[in-house]
Design a protein around this ligand. Structure first.
Ligand SMILES: [Ca+2]
Ligand SMILES: [Ca+2]
Length: 150
């Protein structure tokens, strides 16, 4: 018996089921809906906003996804940072995604010299324009744009 349905599983859907205002992205291994905000919030408020819409601040799962988000950020023509879903608030220097996974070298996209934890109060991760959209640890109360994902 030929089981063609197996091949269907790996075919990306053409648009997913993203709500209006949310963007469908396929990373090659997984597909998700993303929300690129047009307003700025603190990291906490951004995470709350995402949660209230059934999502979380974006957990970045691969270097491909990292590049896709950087490319989206670049096309937004803004110099604002974009919050994504990692923090080291629980334990300084121990970076975790909001789903509890550690930030590992497989997805590591920190800019050179980051995380710097300047003044020991930089506990939230942003994509930073001045760093070519690589990652920076930033003070969580700063208001930035943000990327939700579900
Ligand atoms: Ca820190
Ligand atoms: Ca920093």
């Amino acid at each position: 018996m030929i089981r063609e349905e197996i091949y269907d599983v790996v075919q990306p859907p053409t648009s997913g089921n993203c709500k209006p205002g949310w963007e469908y992205l396929y990373t090659g291994v997984s597909h998700h809906c993303y929300y690129f905000s047009s307003n700025t919030l603190s990291w906490n408020s951004a995470e709350s906003w995402c949660r209230s819409h059934g999502a979380r601040l974006a957990v970045i799962k691969s270097s491909t996804e990292s590049r896709m988000l950087a490319s989206k950020a670049e096309r937004s023509h803004t110099s604002h940072g974009w919050w994504v879903g990692a923090t080291d608030r629980k334990r300084e220097g121990h970076w975790e995604w909001t789903n509890g996974e550690s930030v590992t070298h497989y997805t590591d996209n920190w800019h050179y010299g980051e995380p710097s934890s300047k003044y020991h109060d930089e506990d939230c991760m942003e994509l930073k324009q001045q760093f070519g959209w690589q990652w920076n640890d930033e003070t969580c109360s700063t208001e930035h744009l943000f990327i939700c994902k579900h």
